[in-house]
Write a protein that binds this ligand. Sequence first.
Ligand code: DGI
Ligand code: FE
Ligand code: FE
Length: 190
Amino acid sequence: MNRTESLQIVKSHLKLARYEHTIRVADTAIDLAVHYEQPTDKIELAAIFHDYAKYRDLDEMKRWIEKSTLPKDLLDYHSELWHGPVGALLVEREVGITDRTILQAIHWHTTGKAYMNTMEKIIFLADYIEPGRNFPGVEDVREQAKQDLDYAVFLTLKNTIQHLITHNQKIYPDAIHAYNHLKSKIKLGE
Ligand code: DGI
Ligand code: FE
Ligand code: FE
């Protein structure tokens, strides 16, 4: 499936602003892939479909989680966390993408997880730093993105977790696992 075809599919599932975000995530992800000498095709597809399920009806997503092999604990957390895992499921069922690496990158794009591979890290990071984002601290992450991929992902997790705690939100365990894994890996300020 090429870029034009996949963008056309995804466009019909998204609002215009989200579609424009998707294009910026794809371009950012390709840029990072080239920088880190990764093949770009699968990364581009994962980026294009990363928010495929963003506007699915919450009851429908809840039913997919209940009747599939997706982790049931998702239902104990904010529904904003559902569109990655449910998106991976629906991109396989509805779009016909079967490549596990693409589906996994879509699945984990919101929370991250421990032991992410390079493609998963690039999608996770591109979603956070695409040029339309203006989170506090995003400029530091942009500066690190091409210096040290692990450190940039670590900073993203740190900022997101801090933001969620400030707003009295629960933290999904895999986000903590991702943070802890990278903290050990980069051996920052022990
Ligand atoms: O879908 P996007 O808006 O492009 O970005 P995203 O998939 O990273 O989703 C961002 C939202 O997810 C944002 O509102 C913060 C929230 N989020 C990320 N990790 C967690 C989380 N929310 C909770 N409650 N817990 C998390 O661990
Ligand atoms: Fe998302
Ligand atoms: Fe996104």
